[in-house]
Write a protein that binds this ligand. Structure first.
Ligand code: GDP
Ligand code: MG
Length: 445
């Protein structure tokens, strides 16, 4: 851990009524004598008239909070100053702090890193905190709060302890001769490992929900040119995000808008109309549309009721479990327009007819697939990789024909599975990982 007493503005940038300056480290308490003010009692606010130690001029009439170690965010001595939010006030206080012996500006994520290093939180909780700071929607907030409270860390730690127990059980066999071994030991260890592997695999399968909640659920609007995809995107986004035109092939690139559906972040994309074309820019647009279709968590496939038939075969092919068929242009529907597949919703992107029903449907679909599960979900690719490595080690263990004949090899596989789990929470040596994780934090966190 890098030494020194660190300080930074912990509140946001831009003009605000109040700014919070956080100070952490051995010398934190020295600011009270340096500014010639009284240190308030622990965890109680005290009013402090901060004067520049160098010039004696008044910097601000502020509030101070004193959190002596270990009962603080970082586990170290911490002082938090609530100063007025003006730039000159903040700059004056920061400059005065930087002149104090042993003080320096904090690096990005350094406060949280110290909290981790002082065992105030594990890595998953630290990542939860970063997600909480970034959360835009209620479901993102709930997931981050749960992770910060340790739900994910507890789950992984529980698995790791179960594995450690199985390993310990197995290791006793190394010192025994075969005849002295308790009967059923091999079967017992095997069934424990198998149960655990299955639990991890299920978690991995459901995994992308948590990641999606962090990053946004991808919904793509697809259909033939002129079906009204761009019009629908604009309707749903309630702004003119995409160009609407009667000229087929207008949308060539993928246009994305962000929506908040029942607290779940949704990235809605408008795509080029899918058709056979010789225009090479449009061909690329169609290729991108098909990629979006493949990557989307959910597809809105649009048919055009002003045409007969309203759907082409290429568009019909897009209908699968993750798609809903929405029929557009109900206002100019041609009589007798035969449709092989019954649409789930009929709308008019022009008049707004049916849009509420489509919104409700979309909300239900997104909720059904992505709402918080009972068990906390996987939220990061970092966790996913570690869990996959853990499963691989467990599978290598399971492939050993007789663990009693090869106990060292069996134990080695279990230990490496344990280490993979330990990497997620930071319970093993992870120095190299820390820089990567904390780099993503903002200054003051
Ligand atoms: N009458 C009617 N016209 C629509 C409707 N939706 C879109 N349009 C028109 O259809 C044309 C193509 O729309 P656009 O949204 O650009 O379709 P896209 O090619 O699928 O993106 C435009 O002239 C729109 O005004 C609708 O529900 N009813
Ligand atoms: Mg378009």
């Amino acid at each position: 851990m890098k030494s020194g007493t660190i300080f930074a503005v912990a509140s946001g940038v831009g003009k605000a009524g109040v700014a919070v300056i956080r100070i952490s480290g051995d010398a934190a308490e020295s600011i009270f004598s340096a500014f010639a003010v009284t240190c308030p009692s622990p965890r109680r606010a005290g009013r402090v008239k901060l004067c520049d130690p160098k010039t004696g001029g008044l910097l601000d009439d502020a509030l101070a909070l004193w959190f002596p170690s270990p009962k603080s965010f970082t586990g170290e001595d911490v002082v938090e100053l609530q100063v007025h939010g003006g730039r000159a006030v903040i700059d004056g206080v920061l400059l005065a702090l930087s002149r104090l012996p042993g003080f320096r500006m904090a690096e990005a994520g350094e406060f949280t890193r110290r909290a981790f290093e002082n065992n105030k939180m594990d890595l998953t909780a630290a990542e939860g905190l970063a997600d909480l700071v970034d959360a835009d929607t209620t479901a993102q907030r709930d997931q981050a709060l749960r992770q910060m409270a340790g739900a994910l860390g507890d789950l992984y730690e529980d698995w790791r302890i179960r594995l450690l127990q199985a390993t310990a059980h197995l290791e006793t066999t190394i010192d025994f001769s075969e005849e002295d071994l308790p009967p059923g030991l091999e079967a017992d260890v095997r069934s424990r490992v198998e149960a655990l592997r299955q639990a991890i695999e299920t978690h991995l399968q459901q995994g992308h929900r948590g990641v999606r909640l962090r990053e946004g659920v991808r919904v793509a609007i697809l259909g033939a040119p002129n079906a009204g995809k761009s019009s629908l995107l604009n309707r749903l986004a309630q702004r003119e995000a995409a160009i609407v035109s009667a000229t087929a092939g207008t949308t060539r690139d993928v246009i994305e808008v962000h929506l908040d559906l029942a607290g779940i972040p949704v990235i809605l994309s408008d795509t080029a109309g899918i058709r056979d074309t010789s225009d090479h820019v449009e061909v690329e647009g169609v290729r991108r549309a098909l990629t979006q279709a493949a990557e989307a968590d959910f597809k809105i496939v649009l048919s055009d009721l002003s045409r007969d038939p309203p759907l082409s075969q290429e568009i019909l092919d897009l209908l699968d479990d993750s798609a809903v068929l929405v029929a557009n242009k109900s206002d100019i529907s041609v009589a007798g327009g035969g449709q092989e597949v019954t649409p789930t919703v009929v709308i008019s992107a022009l008049t707004g007819n049916g849009i509420d029903a489509l919104m409700d449907l979309l909300e239900d679909k997104v909720k059904e697939r992505f709402q918080l599960l009972e068990q906390p979900g996987l939220t990061r690719a970092r966790h996913q990789r570690a869990l996959e490595q853990c499963v691989e080690s467990l599978m290598r263990f399971e492939e050993i024909p007789s663990i009693l004949l090869l106990p060292e090899l069996a134990a080695e596989n279990l230990r490496s599975a344990c280490a993979s789990l330990g990497h997620i929470t930071g319970r093993v040596d992870v120095e190299d990982l820390l820089d990567v994780i904390f780099r993503d934090f903002c200054i003051g966190k």
